[in-house]
Structures are given as structure tokens and as C-alpha cells.
Design a protein around this ligand. Structure first.
Ligand SMILES: C[S@@+](CC[C@H](N)C(=O)[O-])C[C@H]1O[C@@H](n2cnc3c(N)ncnc32)[C@H](O)[C@@H]1O
Length: 298
């Protein structure tokens, strides 16, 4: 809603109140002005805070927006008018989520937009940055559920000899990620395809590093997906994983209750966890915890 429309709506509401409470008009108008002033100053404060931080400054934002326009093959106007799928109360069923969410043009774009300033997304990138050493001397990594391809591109950007492989269940994500890698001149170092983390099209012990960031909770049985990731990981290879705790969303088909449950899963499939971080994030509906792990296949 534009400000002028909001003002008209406010005036109409105020008129109704004036009819009932004639003495309170000035009070309501003053409160309205104060509220707008408060909102504006808090928006400006947040913006100022964001542009000071290196990971969310204007250059970073400019790069992400230009990547999204290219990958999504859309204009700024279309970006603003993209429809957000409104089925967030749909059944938590894999095929339903796939059709209603993953297979929409909106999906990779919205996941990509998260990397502008959505704290949990920035934290995923920060965790990978912290552990870039585990890629050293290794050449092949596999990104399971690569989504918009932001993390795949980020890793490939670090070393021109590294090669990325990966699957994502969404055709739209594949197209988006491939365009991103092409834009950054890295497409030739990647082999991405549509596929399911539960049935990977790779032989045993193929990869030096396997990444499964915020994907295993999207299947009803995360252990199946993680066991499959373990199968394709070389002995002594690294797994970089992220899983949310107590974040029941429509696309999350498995809810982890505690960080300990996540750790128990890693142990069960034979991963030795060497770094485990938990971070709490605020949402409108309450707080949730994201867990980030670096583990070795023993
Ligand atoms: C929250 S996004 C995370 C994307 C990316 N890893 C990142 O952190 O930017 C989850 C991704 O998992 C994909 N996905 C969901 N179920 C999958 C499955 N069974 N096999 C492979 N990918 C899947 C979705 O299409 C989506 O791109």
C-alpha cells in the first residue's frame, strides 16, 4: 500500500472514531504522527547498521540484486511484483511442497534474496567461510540441495581448481544456479543436476567434501538422506551440514526438537563432529535455533 492510500485509509478510520469519540481526535492524530516518526527512525537506524556491515553493504546488495535479475531473467519491476506462493498452510507432504513451492519461479529467487541480509543465510555462508580449509588440496565437493547456488558459487570462487557437483530436486533451482555459475564464469567447473538427496546418482566414496545445508529437514526421514550423503563421501572426507531446530514450516517435513537430537543423528550415521555451532534467531512467531556442523566420515 502506498503512503497516500494509507493516509486516506487512516483518515476514514479517524472519521469513524471522531463520530464516536469527538474529544479524542487530536490525541489520535498526534499518536499517529509519533508512530510514523518512530517507524521511520527505526528503519533508518536499521539501514544505517546494515550498510556499515561488510556482508550487507550496498555493494553486496547491488551484486545480489543484479545476480537475481540475471538468473531469474526478470526486471526490477517484475521482481517486486513476483507472487509469493500462499500455500504455507498446505499439507506437509513432499510432492505437494515440490509442486507448490520448489517448482515455482519465485522459489530460487526468494532463497537467493535471503543472502542480502537474512541472518540465518548469512550465517550459513560464514560457517562455510570459517571452514574453507577443509577444501584445501581437495578438488571435488558435492552440494546437496544447492537451491539458488549461492553457496556453490561462493566455494568455487575461492579456488579455480575446485569442482562442484550437486543435486537439487527443483528444476527451477537448477536453472537459476546454472545461470549464476555462468554469470560468474564457473559453469565449466560444475556438474549440477536435478536429483533427490535420498537416491544420489554417484558411486560410493566419490567426494572429498559433502555439503547439506538446510536440506535434510525438507524430507520426512533426514537419516535416509544423510546416510546417502555418507555413502558418496570418501572415508576421511568432510561433511558440512546445517539443520534448524524447532522451526516447523510447511516445507520442513521433519522437525528436530533439540541440538542434541541433531548430534545424535550425526553420530548414528558414523560422522565424527569436529565443530558444532548453535545460533538463535528471532522470527515474528518466536525464536528458533540453527545448528551448523563440520564432521569427518570416520
Ligand atoms: C532451504 S533451501 C537451501 C538451499 C541451499 N542449500 C542454501 O543454503 O542456500 C532447501 C533446498 O533443498 C531442496 N530440496 C528439498 N528436498 C530435496 C530433496 N529431497 N533432494 C534434493 N534437494 C531437495 C529444495 O529444492 C531447496 O532448493
Amino acid at each position: 500500500m502506498y503512503y497516500s492510500e494509507f493516509e486516506t485509509a487512516f483518515e476514514a478510520r479517524l472519521q469513524t472514531h471522531t463520530d464516536v469519540y469527538p474529544c479524542a481526535v487530536e490525541y489520535h492524530r498526534a499518536r499517529f504522527d509519533q508512530t510514523i516518526q518512530y517507524l521511520l527512525s527505526s528503519i533508518l537506524e536499521q539501514t544505517e547498521d546494515l550498510i556499515q556491515r561488510p556482508e550487507t553493504n550496498w555493494t553486496h546488495t547491488e551484486e545480489i540484486v543484479s545476480d537475481i535479475l540475471y538468473c531469474g531473467d526478470i526486471t526490477i519491476k517484475q521482481l517486486f511484483s513476483l507472487e509469493i506462493p500462499n500455500q504455507l498452510t498446505a499439507d506437509r507432504d513432499f510432492e505437494a511442497v515440490k509442486t507448490k513451492l520448489y517448482e515455482t519461479k519465485y522459489y530460487p529467487i526468494s532463497e537467493h534474496l535471503n543472502y542480502i541480509s537474512f541472518p540465518p543465510a548469512l550465517e550459513r555462508k560464514a560457517f562455510i567461510r570459517k571452514h574453507l580449509d577443509c577444501f584445501k588440496g581437495k578438488s571435488r565437493f558435492c552440494d546437496l540441495g544447492f537451491g539458488p547456488g549461492v553457496l556453490t558459487a561462493f566455494i568455487l570462487q575461492q579456488n579455480t581448481s575446485w569442482q562442484a557437483t550437486g543435486v537439487d530436486v527443483s528444476q527451477h533451482c537448477l536453472q537459476h544456479a546454472q545461470r549464476l555459475l555462468r554469470k560468474k564464469g564457473m559453469l565449466g567447473r560444475s556438474e549440477l543436476s536435478v536429483g533427490d538427496v535420498r537416491t544420489l546418482p554417484y558411486p560410493d566414496d566419490t567426494f572429498d567434501v559433502v555439503i547439506a545445508i538446510e536440506v535434510l529437514e525438507h524430507i520426512p526421514d533426514p537419516e535416509t538422506g544423510l546416510s546417502e550423503a555418507m555413502r558418496v563421501l570418501k572415508p576421511g572426507g568432510y561433511a558440512i551440514t546445517a539443520l534448524p531446530v524447532q522451526l516447523p514450516l510447511m516445507m520442513h517435513l521433519y522437525d528436530f526438537d533439540t541440538p542434541d537430537e541433531v548430534l545424535a543423528l550425526y553420530k548414528k550415521v558414523g560422522l565424527e563432529v569436529i565443530d558444532f555451532e548453535t545460533k538463535e534467531f528471532q522470527r515474528q512467531t518466536g525464536a528458533f535455533v540453527d545448528t551448523f556442523a563440520l564432521s569427518i566420515k570416520s
